[in-house]
Design a protein around this ligand. Structure first.
Ligand code: ZN
Length: 215
């Protein structure tokens, strides 16, 4: 089977994300880029995560043309491809509708960096791309533009998109962003939220780019 390991990895992460309630029902979509072939493995449109098998994962090229698979790929395949085209180093794209990020996105509000983990993913704050219809070319365009060189961006009135060098990293980033959105929500309600300044944010972002964890 073409790219079987990548397909199995998407299913493993998809199930975990679903179990952790970062996506309700069949919402959200996940993809992995294979750097050898340039192909992208992506979740199928509207199928329950618990029932997915490797045969359900669709392989597309960078323009979204189906290379392998019998299912219809996610309606956001164009969005994933647009991000991969603009960010050659990205190996995985994760799109969720987790509650707190979607609440901020529904107010079209950027999420400020008040914790280091969020500052490490973005240039100062998690920006919010304007609303465009689901699955549209316009959504792919405004979202990939707004993402820029960051690793997370809100989709106005919709959800969030995060990227990573591989799907494990993209999954962790999705969890960090949801936690960051939750903390920012509560901090704002407590009042007097202190947002990390430009220098502090830049330090965290640079440190993250240089690498973190065990060598
Ligand atoms: Zn969505």
């Amino acid at each position: 089977m073409l790219l079987e390991n990548q397909k199995n990895k998407i299913i493993e992460i998809g199930k975990r994300i679903h179990a952790e309630k970062l996506v309700p029902l069949t919402f959200g979509n996940f993809s992995v880029r294979d750097f050898d072939t340039g192909y992208i493995c992506i979740t199928p449109s509207g199928m329950p995560y618990e029932a997915l098998t490797p045969e359900d994962i669709v392989v597309v090229d960078i323009d979204g043309n189906i290379v392998d698979g019998k299912r219809r790929p996610s309606i956001e395949t164009g969005l994933h491809c647009a991000v991969y085209k603009k960010r050659p180093e990205v190996g995985s794209v994760v799109h969720t509708h987790s509650t707190f990020v979607t609440a901020w996105a529904s107010c079209n509000k950027e999420i400020p960096s008040i914790v280091a983990e969020v500052a490490a993913l973005v240039s100062g704050k998690i920006k919010c791309a304007p609303y465009r219809p689901c699955g549209s070319k316009e959504l792919a365009e405004v979202t990939s533009d707004c993402l820029g060189e960051d690793d997370a961006v809100l989709l106005g009135n919709h959800g969030v998109l995060v990227v990573g060098k591989d799907i494990d990293t993209a999954y962790i980033n999705a969890v960090i962003v949801e936690e960051g959105a939750k903390v920012a929500y509560y901090a704002q309600n407590i009042g007097g939220m202190r947002i990390l300044d430009e220098k502090e944010c830049a330090y965290e972002r640079e440190s993250a780019k240089k690498g973190y964890g065990q060598i």
